[in-house]
Design a protein around this ligand. Sequence first.
Ligand SMILES: [Zn+2]
Length: 285
Amino acid sequence: MSDIPHYSPQTESIYRRPLTAARRMLVIYAHPDDEAFGNAGIILAARHAGIEVHYICATRGECGTVDAHYLTTYPDVRALRTAEQMAAADALDLGAVHFLNYRDSNMPGSPDNQNPQALVQAPVGDVATRVATLIDDIKPEFVITFPPYGGYGHPDHIAIHHATLAALAQTTWQVPNLFYSTFSTTLLRAIILLMRVIGRNPRAFGRNGDIDVVRVAEEATPITTTVDCRHVIPAKITAWQCHASQGGGMTRVPRIFWRWFYGNETLTRITPPATGRREVLRFAV
Ligand SMILES: [Zn+2]
């Protein structure tokens, strides 16, 4: 590890190889695991087509809930999740991970929101300038980030969404393709219905009861674009498993259903705007 202090406003770029590929993708999220749980298939499909992929990770996921046994060989959650991220970088064959070194802000209402090092405490312009510098350096053909609600409302997801949009407004490099990650809400809407039937509150979901599943379904941006990931499913699962402390080891779907559950990933096209017909994004030229 480098000698950059924790929570410095200095970007720590960890390269796995020099940036020489002609075609590049930049994935911009908040935590170690967002890239794999959200877009492992897309990243691997892009790599398969020879596209270099870099990940800007705004925090080290310090506030992630972690079972104690994961910490036996690490001093803290930050170190554990940084190690998990770099293992995932190997599994996804990322060219580099760029840590912005903000602190995880945790879910709304947590005292971690108020930590002066938290991503949500950083002026959006400051974060944007740092993201813009990386965009101008990497010159990606594709950028993927969170939609406005950040998937499930995590303050860091929302913060990095706004910072990315502000960054794109100030870069010299004009990113030709901007996408938000998104997902089908069909299964989610069935779960909401089921929860109501059995008397559970879908607005207080998850381990800590802090996820509003109704809002998650309402705020999901439309699917405009699908990426075929069938050829990378085993590698995708390997990447998830690198984030074991965050549940990445959980692959309960029987293998015969993998192609159905894991065979494609979805996006919302922002730039250039979607045409109205759903596109299948093929990376090969
Ligand atoms: Zn996250």
